[in-house]
Design a protein around this ligand. Structure first.
Ligand code: GUE
Length: 297
């Protein structure tokens, strides 16, 4: 039987455990605060921002939100960032990607105070992660590690094929999984759109992580029996539903499930974990900034 790894359940457990850490902070007179910044009106981004606000309420994190007009000059966004850097009630914040085309996301990230960079995207935090001294693990890669751990899937000595080389998933996850650590020690292959013979790379893997942003790129014919399949894709494709779209992963679920020993669904797999690990980083940020030791899950 193929195990369906339930991201909603694992994320919920993590939120429960974070509640204890948030109580420790409260006893010391501090309440963690998370802000989201959204420039423009991308509908998917608005959905995520709303979900993050609900998550915060559930665990007792104060949530803040700033909207920036999509047509505003980049300086408008930079001013928002400067204000958040100064705001002691905000321990962490994220600038939702993508930003409009006239803004360079790299210029944005560099302005975020690294101690408040709960996405883990600032060059200082990227450098620390690569050096094996991570402060904030990027939320999606960290969520993938926690999902594997929850399903008792050991990465030590395993061949992991990551499909996708993004700065927010593929690259940091590859770095985390090769580290000399209990949740690392894997042999990692990173594939991308220019990879020759992708199927050969996925077939030779013990664990496949699909993070290319291409709907149903990976199907069962590209997998050997017994593979663990982690689907990071959250693609909105037009469909005849109430919302006018449906969410589709980077994995063709049914054919992959027939081969996999364990697989994550979309929705309900990695997505909720990304949000849970954002709360985790916010609690960690609050502990660091307030000088309070917190126990993290
Ligand atoms: N600065 C920044 N940080 C991010 O972490 C970031 C970002 N920008 N831009 C966009 C991507 C995407 N992302 C998701 C988070 C949660 C779900 C999620 O919770 N998905 C649910 C369902 C969502 C739905 O119903 O639409 C699920 O898969 O079950 C998905 C995608 C964070 N991102």
């Amino acid at each position: 039987m193929t195990e369906i790894i339930d991201g909603n359940a694992v994320a919920s457990d993590i939120r429960d455990e974070l509640t204890d850490a948030i109580e420790t902070l409260a006893d010391a007179g501090s309440r963690p605060g998370l802000a989201t910044v959204l420039m423009g009106d991308d509908p998917a981004s608005q959905t995520y921002v709303n979900m993050k606000q609900r998550d915060c309420e559930e665990v007792g994190i104060e949530s803040h939100h700033v909207d920036v007009d999509g047509d505003a000059p980049p300086e408008k966004l930079f001013d928002t960032i400067a204000n958040l850097n100064e705001n002691d009630d905000v321990h962490g914040y994220i600038v939702q990607a993508p930003v409009p085309d006239h803004v360079d996301y790299r210029d944005v990230i560099r302005r975020v105070d690294p101690i408040k960079d709960v996405d883990g995207f600032h060059p200082e935090n990227v450098g620390r992660l690569v050096a094996g001294d991570a402060r904030f693990r990027p939320c999606t890669p960290h969520g993938v590690q926690k999902l594997l751990e929850s399903a008792e899937i050991d990465t030590e000595g395993k061949d992991v094929t990551i499909v996708g080389r993004s700065d927010i998933v593929g690259k940091p996850l590859a770095n985390l999984l090769i580290q000399k650590a209990e949740d690392g020690n894997a042999t990692v292959t990173v594939c991308h759109s220019r990879t020759d013979d992708l199927a050969a790379k996925t077939r030779s893997a013990d664990i496949v992580v699909a993070a290319a942003g291409v709907p149903e790129l990976i199907d069962g014919s590209m997998l050997e029996d017994g593979t663990v399949v982690i689907d990071v894709g959250v693609n909105r494709v037009d469909a005849d539903t109430d919302k006018g779209y449906e969410l589709v992963g980077d994995v063709e679920f049914e054919s992959a499930k027939a081969k996999a020993s364990a697989i994550t669904p979309v929705p309900g797999g990695v997505g909720p974990m990304t949000r849970a690990m954002l709360l985790y980083n916010t609690v960690k940020a609050a502990g660091l900034q307030e000088g309070i030791d917190v126990d993290l899950p």
